[in-house]
Design a protein around this ligand. Structure first.
Ligand code: NAD
Ligand code: IPM
Ligand code: MN
Length: 353
């Protein structure tokens, strides 16, 4: 019997709605699997926690979470309570960095029955490998002068190690898929970091002669995601470019409510963290209509990560069978609630086995 110790952090907003839903699905996975058990421990880290404790996760947070096999997180952010840069740097970004989750894998593909936001989409199946620990997400810089002379300086940090690591990860993944890596660059406009990025991409690609490559400037690449998403296999991108591309990826899939993600600790020293692409969706909190599929698909990525690919792909098949039958929340044009979609996933999962 495999027993996985999972720390769950519903976080803010609809995280509190979709995480319990996906945990119910994972409990059903355990019921049908037989050889797999989950031991969930919930942590209340959130903006409300901050108001009470003056900290997003408490001083012992990292030490407590370190002991788990994985972290299952919903979303962080409630600007009515805490400014975003405080809450996100205090929890989500802190966890990614403390636990060296240096790679963020974000797949985007068409699910049966889901209407893309594109008019005539061709079938696509792509994966963004996002550098998750450095780049444009940096606290290095500052503000100087006052009033109309005020200046904000924001530095980007690209290490050779971190850049190369993201690229190698992308090439290894491409070797298991359709053998193509696209590099997201902007070396025409960004003077230091992006020529450096291109140079490393060229060097790394020499070690993978069987993988085809191309390099696209991020502006053109964003447009190609809309006009020709079927042309992509793996895209390797910096932290910010990967962030933006994956919301476009979610939009062409049909909704950000279905897009999954995995923050991977590649050296195996710390837990990886599974958290969908979307945020806390303040505009739909408490309405019971948050799409649970992003969180459930994210749970599938957690299953894959722990070597449970078989039940993981069964779970995604079940999700696709319900979108195929138009059992969907309003973001996908449906009329169903979070609970109805979740219950249907659980029911069909149990019927499958
Ligand atoms: P968002 O993803 O929360 O919302 C964008 C739009 O998508 C909204 O209209 C929302 O209703 C919709 N949406 C998102 N998830 C959905 C779901 N599961 N089902 C149906 N509709 C869904 O992005 P935002 O508005 O830019 O951010 C809101 C807050 O979340 C901010 O505080 C932001 O910083 C935070 N955020 C957190 C994360 C994270 O923790 N991983 C990610 C993105 C944004
Ligand atoms: C994401 C989010 C975060 C990011 C924010 C909330 C800091 O947008 O996970 O995609 O930019 O990494
Ligand atoms: Mn994002």
């Amino acid at each position: 019997m495999k027993n996985l110790k999972i720390a769950s952090i519903p976080g803010d907003g609809i995280g509190k709605e979709v995480v319990p839903a996906a945990i119910d699905v994972l409990k059903a996975v355990s019921d049908v699997h037989g050889g797999l058990q989950f031991d969930f421990t919930e942590f209340p880290y959130s903006c409300e926690y901050y108001l009470e404790h003056g900290d997003m996760m408490g001083e012992d947070g990292i030490d407590r979470l370190k002991e788990f096999d994985s972290i299952f997180l919903g979303a962080v952010g409630n600007v009515k309570l805490v400014p975003d840069h405080i809450s996100l740097w205090g929890l989500l970004i802190k966890l990614r960095r403390e636990f060296e989750q240096v790679i963020n894998i974000r797949p985007a593909k068409m699910l049966s029955g889901v209407q893309s936001n594109l008019l005539n989409p061709k079938d696509f199946d792509l994966m963004v490998v996002r550098e998750n620990s450095e780049g444009e997400y940096s606290s290095v810089g500052g503000r100087i002068f006052r009033d109309e002379d005020e200046i904000a300086i924001q530095n980007s940090i690209f290490s050779r190690k971190g850049t190369e690591r993201a690229m190698r990860f992308a090439f290894e993944l491409a070797a298991k898929r359709r053998g193509h890596v696209t590099s997201a660059t902007k070396s025409n406009g960004i003077y230091h970091s992006m020529p450096f990025w291109d140079e490393i991409f060229k060097e790394v690609s020499k070690d993978y002669p069987s993988i085809q490559t191309d390099s696209q400037h991020i502006d053109a690449l964003a447009a190609f995601f809309v006009t020709h998403p079927e042309k992509f296999d793996i895209i390797v991108a910096s932290n910010l470019f990967g962030d933006v591309l994956t919301d476009i990826g979610a939009a062409i899939m049909g909704s950000v409510g279905i897009a999954p993600a995995a923050n991977i600790n590649v050296n195996g020293k710390y837990p990886s963290m599974f958290e969908p692409v979307h945020g806390s969706a303040p505009d739909i909190i408490g309405k019971g209509i948050a799409n649970p599929i992003g969180q459930v698909w994210t749970a599938k990525m957690m299953l894959d990560h722990h070597g449970e690919e078989e039940i993981g792909s069964l779970l995604l098949d079940v999700v696709e069978s319900i979108t195929h039958d138009q059992i969907m929340t309003p973001d996908l044009g449906g009329k169903h609630s979070t609970i109805e979609v979740t219950d249907e996933i659980i029911k069909r999962l149990k019927e499958q086995v």
